[in-house]
Design a protein around this ligand. Structure first.
Ligand SMILES: *Cc1c(COP(=O)(O)O)cnc(C)c1O
Length: 406
């Protein structure tokens, strides 16, 4: 792959290559030390300058990023920034310590006292807590809206002081699809920024082709991919937004460990093959769930029966491996807990995107204020890992048998 980035100061052109090819090559240009394939882990606080004059002008990397001090990041961070920008189809990216930090940075970059923010009712829980906590305390008002809002509905929600329209599609735990292009049209017509938590969509949704200004990714999930790190990314498509989010992260002292960045770079190399396998396995397990009499419905936009399927098909090129299952209303919490507790291959725990399968009951653990949290029965969120789907299905079949035997 020709790399003229040192001369042009731009990211090397990756156009024309497929996603897997780009994930093999992104973030490696100019990083080779002693010929080794992978970039080194650059740990450090102090950055030394050859003389006093060069300290005044600063050392710049090939993309004009300034290496002044450890908090500004170093070559390991920059390599990961380039990889994530490639995944999301953006131009520049800021790496921070967690996915939640990647949510707080752009909210604080764009919101000031007296501003109004719109968030979908199905937003990731800690983002709601931030809106109702610090942001409210600082004089920012947030309205939670029905995630299934259309363009006219969004236009009606926007006030003269609405600065941010936040989106997340599908929604956390309840998996409602959002018409992001329509929401973005309404927001941009009234001068608001469109932020999106694209952790579920990952590469399958290209936010900047659908009107998003700032994309948030919890790298903790599929990019890390091995349940062994926490990281977040804020990706943008133009220099003004880059300066806004980079400036906010810098002012608040956000930083990420270069060791974790290095692990995320390693994860990214196998991201395409993991995503493909986990999507196929998730579809197999989800379709199996649909055929079971104990199941009321499966919350997974990749299935034709899902109410959000048309939007998913229009805007997404694939699905990740996280979905919900709503059980028949005759099963109560004790039945569901017994079913989940007895699963041998599914861990009970938060997070997802790793190589291993997880199951967590969600009913009673979610907050909704603009829509009903009632899904018609008790719900469990499943993450499908890299195990053989036949083994997962056999384990789940025993779980459903436990429901019947109670
Ligand atoms: C997990 C998650 C986050 C936060 O990521 P952390 O790294 O755990 O802080 C943000 N958004 C969504 C949708 C998530 O599932």
């Amino acid at each position: 792959m020709p790399d003229d980035s040192a001369r042009t100061g731009r990211r090397p052109a990756e156009g024309g290559h497929g996603f897997a090819t780009r994930m093999s090559h992104a973030g490696r240009a100019g990083t080779r030390v002693h010929g080794f394939v992978n970039p080194a882990v650059h740990r450090g606080s102090t950055v030394l300058h050859p003389n006093c004059e060069s300290r005044r002008t600063f050392q710049k990397d090939r993309f004009n990023r300034v290496m002044t001090y450890g908090t500004a990041g170093g070559p390991t961070h920059y390599a990961l920034e380039d990889v994530v920008a490639e995944i999301e189809g953006g131009t520049r990216c800021v790496i921070v310590g967690t996915g939640l930090a990647a949510i707080s940075v752009p909210l604080m970059a764009y919101l000031r006292a007296g501003d109004h923010c719109l968030m979908p009712d199905s937003v990731y829980g800690p983002a709601r807590a931030l809106a109702n906590g610090l942001l409210r305390g600082w004089g920012v008002e947030t309205t939670f809206y029905d995630p299934r809002v259309d363009e006219a509905g969004m236009a009606a929600l926007i006030r003269p002081n609405t600065r941010v329209v936040y989106t997340e599609s599908p929604g956390s735990h309840t998996f409602e699809m959002q018409d992001v292009p329509a929401i973005a049209r309404a927001a941009h017509a009234r001068g608001a920024k469109v932020l999106m938590d694209n952790t579920w969509g990952i590469h399958h949704f290209q936010p900047f082709r659908h009107g998003v200004d700032v994309s948030i990714q919890a790298l903790t999930k599929y990019v890390g991919g091995h349940s062994d790190l926490l990281l977040g990314a804020v990706t943008v498509a133009n220099e003004a937004d880059y300066l806004a989010v980079r400036g906010a992260a810098a002012q608040m002292g956000h930083y990420a460990s270069p060791d974790d960045c290095w692990l995320a770079l390693r994860g990214a190399r196998t991201l395409p093959v993991r995503l493909r396998q986990q999507e196929a396995s998730a579809l197999e397990v989800a379709r199996w769930f649909q055929r079971q009499p104990q199941v009321l419905r499966v919350l997974f936009p990749a299935l034709p029966e899902d109410p959000g399927h048309a939007i998913w098909k229009r805007d997404f090129t694939g699905a990740c491996s996280l979905f919900g299952v709503v059980f028949q209303p005759r099963y109560g919490e004790a039945d569901i807990f017994a079913m989940v507790d007895g699963l041998a291959l599914f861990g009970i725990g938060a997070s997802w995107g790793g190589f291993e399968s997880l199951a967590v009951p969600t009913t009673g653990f979610i907050t909704r204020t603009a829509t009903s949290p009632d899904l018609g029965g008790y719900a469990v969120r499943f993450h499908i890992g890299l195990e053989d789907p036949a083994d997962l299905i056999a384990d789940l079949a025993q779980g459903l048998a436990r429901l019947e035997s109670r």
